[in-house]
Design a protein around this ligand. Sequence first.
Ligand SMILES: NC(=O)c1ccc[n+]([C@@H]2O[C@H](COP(=O)([O-])OP(=O)(O)OC[C@H]3O[C@@H](n4cnc5c(N)ncnc54)[C@H](O)[C@@H]3O)[C@@H](O)[C@H]2O)c1
Length: 327
Amino acid sequence: MKILLTGGAGYIGSHVLLSIIENKHEVVVIDDLSTGNKNLIPDNVKFINSNINNAEKISNVLMKENFDLLLHFAGFIKVEESVQNPDKYFKNNTDNAIELFETCYKHNLQNIIFSSTAAAYGNPSNNESIREDENLNPLNPYGESKVKTEEYLLKNKDKFNSIILRYFNVAGADPELRSGLIANQPTHLIKILSEVVVGKREKIYVYGNDYNTEDGTAIRDYIHVSDLASIHLEAANFLLEKKISNIFNCGYGKGYSVLDVINIAKKIYGEKIKFEYDKRRPGDAERLISNVDKLHQHINWEPQFNNLDLIIQTAVEWEKKIHEKNL
Ligand SMILES: NC(=O)c1ccc[n+]([C@@H]2O[C@H](COP(=O)([O-])OP(=O)(O)OC[C@H]3O[C@@H](n4cnc5c(N)ncnc54)[C@H](O)[C@@H]3O)[C@@H](O)[C@H]2O)c1
């Protein structure tokens, strides 16, 4: 298949790019490098440095090439930043996305896979794992900006066949260390923990130990980024074959508290994993665990890296690599 991929210089997009290349599909990447890193895009990949809202530049690409599918990853992802500056998030994650979709529609590109988030759910109505038909109550502008884009796709089913993938917590790095997370002031727990292991920072701040969970810290469902990448290719096959819109959670269906993650890391790396409790962060949910029955029912996907030790180890190995190379 021939794929237009936005956000390919970012964490998740670059891993999906590796899967696309391995599976010998054709791809063009669009990224404005606002948070991405050009080093994550292999040299032989066609790359266009552009904002997704640049209709003229994107139309030029769409006029030259006939794509089967748009994989749309480009967006901003920091919950706390979105609380401080909501407009930045609505502009990029909603308005720019819609502008891109409209440009694609004008050039007959109508199949879309969209990166959404478990932040769309907010605090779910019960402590069970969350199904896709759970009410959407985002706790922060980041989650809201994604829900608005979902709503646009769902309202425009006559124009687009879309698969909305709601990712839970994405972590880890390519096991061959060809890609991983590069981020200034990261907010992902496992990234921060990796920086502690390599000595880039002293300790982890645990935001909130008064949640209504077994140990008081927030619970998340961590999925290895390479497993998430392979979901995209299978979802693409599903979309191109069935041409029907759908929504799927992407996770493993198991929750770990912040302390669980820290304790697993301590088991591997010893007592250098230091942490301190801090107050809750605005916009954080208490417990987010995916129900992935629907994903498994429709998508031909088997996880290969469903193991938190491995997720942490690949993240740490990647951190060592970028620390040494000063990336
Ligand atoms: N990382 C996670 O845990 C997670 C969880 C749920 C959902 N998501 C979603 O997955 C997608 C990818 O996330 P990520 O972690 O790879 O983030 P990232 O910041 O690493 O990657 C985003 C990429 O998009 C590019 N970009 C941003 N705005 C752009 C624009 N207007 N035009 C062109 N390029 C632009 C950035 O330069 C970057 O390369 C995002 O849409 C995010 O909301 C991520």
